[in-house]
Design a protein around this ligand. Structure first.
Ligand SMILES: Nc1ncnc2c1ncn2[C@@H]1O[C@H](COP(=O)(O)OP(=O)(O)O)[C@@H](O)[C@H]1O
Ligand SMILES: [Mg+2]
Length: 291
């Protein structure tokens, strides 16, 4: 873990408590926070930093002092057995869960539900889940632009232009007026990822976005994820798609026992895993034909 927690803590304590103030001008994650620190020593602020994060549900301890640093441009694949806490981790980052202990920093500011302006933070993170991402009663254009219009307060005309741009990029231009039920699962997930990206978030969180799809539809979604990764999108991806992790991840993190048990470049994790637990997990995947 990097040595800058103290600095983070101090910065965070100087931030106004935006939860008591719905005024968007008091956005604690203001754009100016993104500029390089005035520190003359070149220092790249991590995009996200989790420091000793603990999270239980009832008496089940899911995250047990988990540390993770995500730098700008990273594509981090979170792997691990079902129930190991991948979704919980992503939900904590997106302020959908309150930590029991520990801290999460987003671009240098400590974030926690209700302590910062949750919507200001979420505006700068896109998240896509396994399924049911789209509003069924809204068409593709309305799904794509709702957040832009409400959270980002972008005009109808600009939102339409942005939606058209992203739909063209994702090869979905002809679906602009379609309702979700008329789209394939793969198309729905591509629209959901487009919607997550349309506000130009700093970070994209993807939680098993291909696992509810029929096998023949997985490829089109993975291809789109690869394209975003190649374009420099910072991504934190919970996945069972080991092919994607091997090919695209800048770092693979194996979650076990509530912590990042082992992490490294894909060739390290898949080629020469150091610990017995990682070896056992990978062996199970191989037996199941998933690696
Ligand atoms: N809201 C919740 N209430 C109770 N238990 C939960 C809740 N969310 C997750 N869990 C439990 O926490 C553990 C981790 O879940 P999850 O983060 O979804 O794992 P993964 O995404 O790696 O499969 C599981 O045992 C799950 O049942
Ligand atoms: Mg999950």
């Amino acid at each position: 873990m990097s040595s800058n927690h103290g600095t983070h803590g101090e910065n965070a304590s100087q931030e106004p408590n935006a939860a008591e103030d719905a005024n968007p001008d008091s956005d604690p994650i203001a754009p100016q926070d993104l500029s390089s620190p005035s520190d003359p020593i070149a220092f790249q602020e991590p995009m996200v930093e989790l420091v000793s994060v603990w999270k239980s549900f009832g008496d089940k301890e899911v995250l047990r002092g988990l540390d993770l640093t995500v730098q700008e441009g990273d594509v981090i694949c979170l792997i691990g057995a079902s129930g190991c806490g991948k979704s919980t981790l992503l939900r904590c980052v997106n302020l959908l869960e309150t930590l029991d202990r520990g801290s999460i920093y987003f671009i240098g500011t400590e974030i926690a539900p209700g302590v910062v302006n949750d919507n200001a933070v979420r505006k700068r993170m896109g998240i896509v889940f396994q399924s049911l991402n789209l509003f069924p009663h809204l068409n593709v254009l309305e799904n794509m632009t709702l957040g832009l219009r409400v959270a980002h307060r972008i005009s109808k005309a600009t939102a339409l232009e942005l939606a058209k741009e992203w739909l063209a990029r994702f090869n979905l231009s002809d679906k602009i007026s379609e309702y979700p039920e008329r789209l394939s699962g793969g198309q729905q997930q591509r629209v959901a990822i487009g919607r997550a990206m349309i506000g130009s978030p700093d970070l994209l969180l993807l939680d098993e976005v291909t696992s509810a799809l029929d096998p023949e539809l997985v490829g089109e979604v993975l291809a789109l994820m690869k394209e975003l990764a190649a374009g420099g999108t910072t991504m934190l991806v919970a996945t069972h798609e080991m092919g994607f992790a091997k090919e695209v991840a800048s770092r693979v993190c194996f979650i076990h026992g509530g912590v990042i048990h082992e992490s490294g470049r894909p060739e390290e994790i898949f080629g020469s895993p150091r610990t017995e637990e990682t070896q056992r997990f990978l062996a199970r995947l191989r037996e199941g034909g998933r690696l």
